[in-house]
Design a protein around this ligand. Sequence first.
Ligand SMILES: [Zn+2]
Length: 234
Amino acid sequence: MTTRIYADDIAIDVTRKKIKNIHLKVLPPNGEVRISAPKWVAKRALQDFARSKLDWIRAQQLKISQQPRATVPAFVDGEMHYLFGRPLTLRVEDTGRVPLVQRQDATLVLRVAPGSDCDTRRAAVYAWYRRELETALQPLVVYWQRQLGVSVERISLRSMRTRWGSCTPARRAIRLNLELAKTPLHCLEYVLVHELVHLIEPSHNHRFVLLMDRFLPLWRAWRDELNETQLSQY
Ligand SMILES: [Zn+2]
């Protein structure tokens, strides 16, 4: 159950939960304020609590507003791109006929025809991301199928806006977000294991959590890392 309170001009959404303490959060990207509170704390007490934290709330909101916003890549020379968490500087050379993408140390070389547009460049870079992701996935899929004793029928890679992966147990099919080529490898491994565990347990119940704990004890940290990554951040 969510209600709204105010501290000065700041609106705060309050969620009542079965918890012992009051938790206050200021969330990116808009500096939204949320409180989780035990059911027995009175609204008045929450308002007093929020008011006592006003300086802290405003400081957090300022910090968030000063963080650089995600920008849409234009695939121009000097732009930063990521491969498995490693930053690469894009170097565009307009000397090729067929687009070619190659990594040279910390440089991502994109060879395109003179006057190529953003869509052509993006398509070339994403085709390269797809190959890199397929290569990285191969040993992981072999290893984790054996560890978990499952077999997957089909793994497809797609750009998705809202999720990192999904699983259709009935078809033994897994879908992974192409954007995982940009996050650190352990994040890719976490999403893969999560979806493979769904072949054993389709829902996120207690059994699912036990399986994750057993096979990938650090999964919570990696999930949190991914959740802090906005899909459009890279
Ligand atoms: Zn799931």
